[in-house]
Write a protein that binds this ligand. Sequence first.
Ligand code: TEU
Length: 529
Amino acid sequence: ASTAAWWESGVVYQVYPRSFADADGDGTGDLQGIIERLPYIAALGVNGIWLTPFQPSPGVDQGYDVQDYCGVDPQFGTLEDFDELLRCSHALGLRVLIDVVPNHTSTEHPLFKEALAAGPGSQARQLFHMQPSAAGSAPPNNWQSVFGGPAWSRANPESETDTDWYLHLFSPAQPDWNWENSAVWEMFDDVLSFWFDRGVDGARIDVAHGLFKAEGLPDSPVVPTVIDGLRSNPLAMDRERVHEVYRRWRRLADSYESPRLLVGEVNLEPERSARYTRPDEMHQTFAFAFARLGWDPEGWADAGRRFEAMRLRYGASPTWALENHDLVRTVTRFGGGERGARRARAGALSTLGFPGGAYLYQGQELGVPEVDVPEHLRLDPMWSRGGVSRDGARVPFPWTADDEKSYGFTTSATAEPWLPQPEGWGQYSVEAQETDAASMLILTRKALRLRAELVERGLFAPHAGAVWSVDQQSLTYLSATGLAVVVAMGESPVPLPGTLLLSSEPVVDGFLPADAAAWVLMGDGRGFE
Ligand code: TEU
């Protein structure tokens, strides 16, 4: 058996609490709903779950506007429910990661309200970026928020004496913390300790490359677009001092008998995100360069090689994720329809076969497509400001084939789910796929079972070297252990170079059909030099 830490080859299932399962029948998912469905998650064969924010929040950004970092929003349950969730998860062998949001908070956070009340020049305002503007009625600088519009709002638009503005890289409901202030550091030490002491196994860190801003908050030479988000404003992200925060958090995480995991949402190029994935900083950062790609063999190979170079340089093995609550579902991103569905299966099988950690987003194992939510029902703040919406990847989960009670999402016969489920949603349901041997659900279970075996046999080794090769028809990832992932990305079937272990579509006469992926064992399975 391997002695590597669980997360090095671990698979984590991302649960979006408001859309997973609704136990109390109000149309919004909750912690009890998750508890009831934990056996389903465990049976998939994953090693843990990551819960997106469930803390008290006005919900402007679906919980990423956190009002109280150490509580549970009443619509999801209580702290006791959370402790029960933790106990039940651990009993099933599942680790639990929570989301920590250190870049910004909510305008409803008591400290922001206190700052507003305390007025200009007060100590309370130094917890945030609050200042008057030299430009008078225009914001202090030209930064744009990720959701569109200026990154500044007036603290007190009604007042003539209070001329302060506050900085918010996201919506106006999400004021940025001022990390130049040591009180903010101490506050987040306490937040991490609060959850880690309760037994939480780790944290996914939201906008982890944010936090620090260029001194003096100067104008940005580039005005970012909504889609680009933060990536094009180097003055608002990836500042050198942010690494000090994660070194401190790593020491805290390592101080526990079973060390807590830090996984960063560092949406940067591999060369930059790898600098966060180090023995003295975060354990993992998502391989976003890969998640941003479509069905693109050259792009996959190029991103793969860059991650491999970073692994050699920093020891940082990639953490694969093709979907999350912010991204368009792979079925749709890869072309939609039957073809998109095949490619989504192939994509999931590929990332589960590339050694390293992997994350699956709820519904990905069912191959659900992006939902076209009617405009007037869209809730994502990105929609109202920038005309881009992430709601289509957040539609409540289909458990049963029958549309009665929202495809099993809610226990109530009358409750409307918080986002509408489309007609025919039941064809993707767990119930429909359980009994279909060719379904994506069954494929995912098989892949995870086999993966665990390969880890056990030392064939799935995140720190073994790997070679990425590409031609017009296929992409091949060959690990030094002899495990290969072949993806047929062109128009023609591809001959398999070794013994087939598992494929996303049936292999015919040794050929993998187009829009499919396979795990293959080369030679005698003892690896190559
Ligand atoms: O996302 C950070 C982020 O940069 C995204 O907004 C991204 O730019 C966008 O979704 C386009 O893909 C995190 C959370 O995952 C997201 O849900 C939050 O809205 C955001 O932080 C603010 O907390």
